[in-house]
Design a binder for this molecule. Sequence first.
Ligand code: BES
Ligand code: MG
Ligand code: ZN
Length: 500
Amino acid sequence: MEVSITSQDLNDWNGNVLVIGVLEERVNQEIMFLDKLINSELLKKKLEDKSFTGKSGQKVHFQFNNTSPEKIVLVGLGRPEELSLDSIREATCVGVKQSLGYSGILGISFPWDAFIPSSAAKTVGEACHLVTFKDNRFKSDPEKKVFPEKIELINLNKDTKLAINELNSICKGVELARYLVGAPPNILTPSQLAEEAINISKEFNIRVKILDKDQCKKKSMGAFLAVAKGSDLEPKFIHLTYSPKGEIKKRVVLIGKGLTFDSGGYNLKVGASQIEKMKYDMGGSAAVIGAARSIAQLKPSFIEVHFLVAACENMVNGSAMHPGDIITASNGKTIEVNNTDAEGRLTLADALVYGCELEPDAIIDLATLTGACVIALGDEIAGLWTENQELSEQITTAAANTGEGIWRMPMQNSYKEGLKSLFADIQNTGPRAGGSITAALFLKEFVNPSIPWAHIDIAGTCWTEKNRGINPPGATGYGVRTLVEWIYNLSKSFEDLDNQ
Ligand code: BES
Ligand code: MG
Ligand code: ZN
């Protein structure tokens, strides 16, 4: 699928399926316009019969014989004063699904002028790519779904061309993340995840370093290695670096939880804990590696980005962690493992220490960390923990622009009481109540307090059972777009300064 823009007027457009966004109070204008386009009095009548009012989520379509377009879809955009990027994202999903079964060219016409046209074009183009995504890798005879090969955003001028290039790179990153999360744990092993990072490094010429078990031992990563002990598969610590050409104004670190499978260890996942879904416990690393692909291709100026993943499996065998083990992380802190299923935070502890040693200006980690976060916020909203107001605002703005749900949660320092251990410096699990907050507080123990840091719990958002907006059932690729947007915004803030 290729998204492009055309400055052509709607009346002159020649393609196969035409999607037109209609505002609630502008239906009559659109009817007149359509009448001109199809040149048929009948159409007007038909449209009136269908009582289409342009309410958000409404749709109506018309099929014609031997005409161009062959099908016209009207999609309601809701009330003009409520028009947002979210409304055109949703309307795109509705419209594109209506083009199923058609090949050729799909045209989309929205009231671009109500937005910064390039943002609107980017939003719509992204939605086109992401809503038609299908992971057919593991089917021997996949059901073929035909969608138009080309999508044209109608009546946009050339200034938006740049946004179109950007969105293709961003979607490639999201798709990579979806493929990584969707791959089963017998295929996507820690070594395979490292291979994916190596592939990006080769394709886009960025630096990669993979630390094996012995190298991690040398760095005293006792928490990460303790989790990996119960698996036959070797852990891998992945470090990709994007360095821009020219001056570096900021260095940032992105860390993703990379459990290619989480059985729970000896605190085995039983009952309704969905052990069979735990291939998606590397959703954080998928977001980070997906973002690495996008950033490496987009090459933003001024920002150096480090992508870190401590990849392993949480399994059971004779050398696996025991519940009750006391282990030592790379910053020297001792941890009593009172629950082996709280393994993600152990791997992240050593990754955070490593990240801080790079002396960055900011760190963000993404992790499918707690079931408690899913209970609190459901599967459309990720939890955000940070004590840095500026970073919080930057991340919330980036997420809002991309339509990825996020909500800031409290870093309730008094709950640290729940992590007190009789024997070690800290234990890895607190009480059930407020479980996603104690998880964030545990991570905080491994972050240099002078470095702005944010933790995003994506346990709910990295996967969807339902077909939801731009997300078909399965892996969502959550986080890639927000991370790329965040880095882009940082980069642009320096460009703007440069131009002053
Ligand atoms: N990977 C899980 C968290 C998870 C749960 C992700 C559900 C996606 C959906 C994590 O390693 C885990 O097991 N967390 C435990 C922590 C508990 C033992 C304190 C949890 O949330 O139950
Ligand atoms: Mg677990
Ligand atoms: Zn886990």
